[in-house]
Write a protein that binds this ligand. Sequence first.
Ligand SMILES: Cc1cc2nc3c(=O)[nH]c(=O)nc-3n(C[C@H](O)[C@H](O)[C@H](O)COP(=O)(O)OP(=O)(O)OC[C@H]3O[C@@H](n4cnc5c(N)ncnc54)[C@H](O)[C@@H]3O)c2cc1C
Length: 303
Amino acid sequence: MAWYQDLDKQIKKQLPGLDYRAEEPMAGHISFRVGGPAKRMAFPRSGEELTALLALAEACRARTIVLGNGTNVLFTDEGIDALVISTGKMCDMALREGNHLYAEAGLSLARVAVFAQQNGLDGLAFAHGIPGSVGGAVCMNAGAYGGEMKDVLAGAWVLENGETRYMTVEALSLSYRRSYLTDHPEAVVMGALFALRQGDKAAIRREMDELMAKRKASQPLEYPSAGSTFKRPQGYFAGALIQEAGLKGLAVGGAQVSEKHAGFVINRGGASAADILTLMEQVQQAVYRSSGVMLEPEVRIYR
Ligand SMILES: Cc1cc2nc3c(=O)[nH]c(=O)nc-3n(C[C@H](O)[C@H](O)[C@H](O)COP(=O)(O)OP(=O)(O)OC[C@H]3O[C@@H](n4cnc5c(N)ncnc54)[C@H](O)[C@@H]3O)c2cc1C
């Protein structure tokens, strides 16, 4: 019996209330708006449901992939033989003692940043415009405008091998777009604890608005993308290298190197995942020829 037939049966029996779908197109769940169907996709509503689901998935030998807001991932057009688990319905949030804020994995950073601001807690203004979820941001150590998750996290609750444990920010080993989670893809962030500081609500709001205005002025937010396509190579900026190689506007099918910001590959309409992947390869080769630097994708590609 195929793993998904086994899992279908188990879920019907043990998690009958779970939002669980077959052949779910990934294009509807990722910011690039491309990608074929996941064999199965589930949307647990709580840590308990997620824990139970992962136990069943393991028993059925399912490959699992956790998805937050899907703003840093790419799935191929052929789809994926896996159980994709969305954290999108895990959205609890609460203030904790000592200027701490607890946020469940599926919350968007925007909502967490606004909640912090409304409660006079400073530290998350940089994260307000990053379109990821809390879980995805911890995994990627998301950062912008001089701030990064590493600076504001106290720690996170991580589910691994059936056990949830609290990991401090040090244990999470956050560095540039890398963490314990990128190195242990089977580990799942259930929630995070942010250590913030008292601040002035109006000043935090102003900072958030200023950073959003900067973003809108410099990034092609009007098109689907996954943000910066490539990581920043040591000593360089990916966007500058791509621009210097004369690649702005280069297109493959519906995928294009943004005219506004060369660091972004955009879906200008009708792109396939294959268009995006081919364009990324062409950019890597051309930048390597012109500068000797091999760009590494920041976008996480699932095949
Ligand atoms: C327009 C635009 C602008 C962007 N600007 C920035 C920016 O300024 N700075 C920046 O750092 N990034 C930026 N990004 C990229 C992206 O938003 C971040 O990387 C974000 O942290 C990804 O979060 P996500 O929830 O979308 O993760 P996803 O794309 O869903 O997943 C990314 C990775 O995290 C893993 N993951 C997700 N949730 C969990 C979890 N609960 N537990 C364990 N692993 C998990 C996934 O398995 C995957 O490997 C931008 C993207 C876009 C589209």
